[in-house]
Design a protein around this ligand. Sequence first.
Ligand SMILES: Cc1cc2nc3c(=O)[nH]c(=O)nc-3n(C[C@H](O)[C@H](O)[C@H](O)COP(=O)(O)OP(=O)(O)OC[C@H]3O[C@@H](n4cnc5c(N)ncnc54)[C@H](O)[C@@H]3O)c2cc1C
Length: 122
Amino acid sequence: MSQINIRNQVNQHTQHSHALKIPRILILGGGYGGLKTALTLQRSLPENKAQITMISKHDYHYQTTLLHKVAIGTLSARKARIYYRKILDSSKVAFIKDKVLEIHPDKKRSFAGGVGLSMIIL
Ligand SMILES: Cc1cc2nc3c(=O)[nH]c(=O)nc-3n(C[C@H](O)[C@H](O)[C@H](O)COP(=O)(O)OP(=O)(O)OC[C@H]3O[C@@H](n4cnc5c(N)ncnc54)[C@H](O)[C@@H]3O)c2cc1C
């Protein structure tokens, strides 16, 4: 994804959350920990209670617990993936595909692809 697209997405969500005065939560990484957090928040938080953004370097979660099957050829690599677009409700969790380059939890900021994101970081 281009930096301009990421910036546009983030800007849209940031403006929305500023207008509603709701907390902004940034989840770094869509692995077991990050994805579970996103899905739990998606399920338990009513709409417009928080702006949730998950950023991860791929647009899918790779089920490492299935990798032994991929290794021996009984499962295709594609089937071990869960695409975030299929399980995340985009009206509740915004997903950004990018690599996180810097994290500054003390300043509540992280950087991905040259774009700074100011949020509560998980
Ligand atoms: C082959 C294998 C089999 C396993 N089997 C089991 C099992 O049977 N049972 C069990 O309990 N555990 C198992 N584990 C361990 C389990 O996978 C890990 O404990 C678990 O994945 C850790 O979760 P996590 O969310 O911390 O990290 P991960 O699940 O690794 O998630 C990290 C996420 O962050 C993303 N990411 C990383 N760096 C960046 C970056 N700079 N910018 C953006 N995104 C980034 C990654 O793409 C990934 O989506 C296995 C591990 C392996 C490798």
